[in-house]
Design a binder for this molecule. Structure first.
Ligand SMILES: [Zn+2]
Ligand SMILES: [Zn+2]
Length: 347
């Protein structure tokens, strides 16, 4: 075993908008576990929501190590670990399914009855539990930088979203929301030769979207006239697929309102619990709209995400900021002010 430090630092979420960098003795991996030396982690829209609310009903209760998009190098392995060795460069997914329940056996691991989450990406080291070693640790090619490998997690969610909707025969796609996830949809759909129109309220984000392959962009006002603006990108007819990537009920409604007859709406952005959105029942029925939700990722789409990044899918423009561990809060505040898209946190 290479020499390891006695202690390590990690960022904890301790309450609403409250983070603390804590020091602890470095754990030794037990049977089946590995110790990951984190090389890069990225902030995500989910982190921002969890930081603003001081917790998450499924993912964590405070105080808790924070951050969930990570890549690094295996620093030590416990007894009986056979799938990965010391020194391996890996990405670890932020959840691990059981592999045995009916959802898992049907290939819907994202809906596993016993999905366990892993937090602690914003730290120097993280102990990876056995289930994650076996089911959620992915080796990465030597040429893939760790700060891009961390994007496998959100990209795996995007690829899952595109697998649950019918992409065949749908050429014109509207992506609503140019946050990191909306922009990933743009990059993936453009690589699949779809004509992508991207809509958002922030001009700079639309610029990034054009760099990632959006054929056209629509600057929204957030008020009157936005529905017409959305249809305008498709010669007055409308998109065949709409991807909603904001997580706000009015945008859900706009997405359903914009799609053409026979088209599909992918509701990807998660809204606050208890919120509702309404839709025109007449249009839903007589125009035969398909409305889909999509949540999280599955091992198959995670593997696919790692492969796409290794093959050079360029998501670099989405990571537009860098901060050390002590400044995760500043990075989240900058995201909240919409000054940045996504930050790499380097321990
Ligand atoms: Zn994420
Ligand atoms: Zn399961």
């Amino acid at each position: 075993m290479t020499s390891l430090p006695a202690g390590f630092r990690a960022v904890y979420l301790v309450g609403r908008r409250r983070l603390e960098v804590r020091e602890a003795p470095l754990p030794r991996p037990g049977a089946g576990e590995i110790l990951l030396r984190i090389g890069a982690a990225t902030t995500c829209g989910t982190d921002l929501k969890v930081w603003q609310r001081g917790g998450h009903p499924r993912m964590l209760t405070v105080p808790c190590p924070f951050g969930h998009e990570m890549a690094g190098v295996v620093a030590a392995v416990g007894d009986a670990v056979k799938t990965v060795g010391e020194g391996a460069r890996v990405v670890v997914a932020n959840s691990a399914s059981c592999g045995e329940c009916t959802a898992c056996r049907a290939g819907h691991e994202n809906l596993c009855r016993d999905l366990v989450y892993l937090n602690g990406a914003f730290g120097e080291y993280l102990l990876i539990p056995e289930r994650f070693v076996l089911r959620s640790t992915y080796g990465i090619a030597p040429g893939l930088p760790l700060e891009l490998a961390t994007l496998a997690e959100p990209l795996a969610c995007v690829l899952h979203g595109l697998e649950v909707c019918a992409l065949d025969g749908r050429e014109g796609v509207l992506v609503l929301g140019a946050g990191p996830v909306g922009l990933m949809f743009v990059a993936v759909l453009a690589a699949r030769r779809r004509r992508v129109v991207l809509a958002d309220l922030i001009p700079r984000r639309l610029e990034v979207g054009r760099a990632l392959g959006a054929a056209e962009t629509i600057l929204l006002s957030g008020g009157e006239g936005d529905t017409e603006r959305l249809r305008g990108g498709f010669a007055g007819t409308g998109p065949e697929l709409v991807v909603e990537a904001t997580g706000h009920p009015p945008a859900w409604e706009a997405a359903i309102g914009a799609v053409v007859p026979g088209g599909e709406v992918l509701l990807f952005g998660g809204c606050l619990p208890g919120t509702t959105a309404s839709c025109d029942t007449h249009r839903l029925h007589y125009s035969e709209l398909t409305i889909r939700g999509a949540y999280h990722h599955r091992p198959a789409t995670f593997r696919q995400a790692v492969r796409s990044l290794e093959e050079g899918l360029d998501l670099g423009p989405i990571v537009d900021h860098q901060r050390p561990l002590d400044e995760v809060g500043d990075a989240l505040a900058a995201m909240e002010r919409r000054e940045i898209l996504k930050a790499v946190i380097r321990p």
